[in-house]
Ligand binder design. Structure first.
Ligand code: THU
Length: 134
């Protein structure tokens, strides 16, 4: 299976685990590491609403906590008519690791829109852009 389709399928599966008693808006994410492993995430809400974590950050933190910090692509799945793009906080967190990451936005109908993170977050803040080691 092509990696894009595989990532979308993994994000659809992860979306089933979304814990969304407050918004009822389920999001699934699947991140392809440079090691070719897929790290999934879903949104997890909290009664203290601001503590909610988005699906994209759940996937990134899962991968980083397993020692993987370089990525090839990220798929995000919602059931919106127009596939949803990641929120600003998630863009910043994704950019910490992969400023040019391929972002695959999909919905449950199979509509897909692919962009690059740099298009979603131009002139992003970074402390290591000018660092030769990064
Ligand atoms: N959400 C995500 O998981 N990813 C995004 O990029 C935007 C929003 C979640 C957070 C919350 O659980 C629900 O969607 C409604 O905002």
């Amino acid at each position: 299976m092509l990696y894009k389709e595989e990532l979308i399928k993994a994000a659809q599966e992860a979306r089933k685990n979304a814990y969304v008693p407050y918004s009822k808006f389920a999001v699934g994410a699947a991140l392809l590491g440079n090691n070719n492993k897929i790290y999934t995430g879903c949104n997890v809400e909290n009664a203290s609403y601001g503590l909610t974590i988005c699906a994209e950050r759940a996937a990134i933190f899962k991968a980083v906590s397993e020692g993987v910090t370089s990525f090839k692509a990220l798929a995000i799945v919602t059931d919106l008519e127009v596939p949803a793009s990641p929120c600003g906080a998630c863009r910043q967190v994704i950019g910490e690791f992969s400023p040019d990451l391929e972002i695959i936005m999909a919905n449950m109908k199979g509509n897909v829109h692919t962009v690059n993170l740099a298009e979603l977050l131009p002139l992003s803040f970074s402390l290591h852009k000018n660092d030769k080691d990064n």
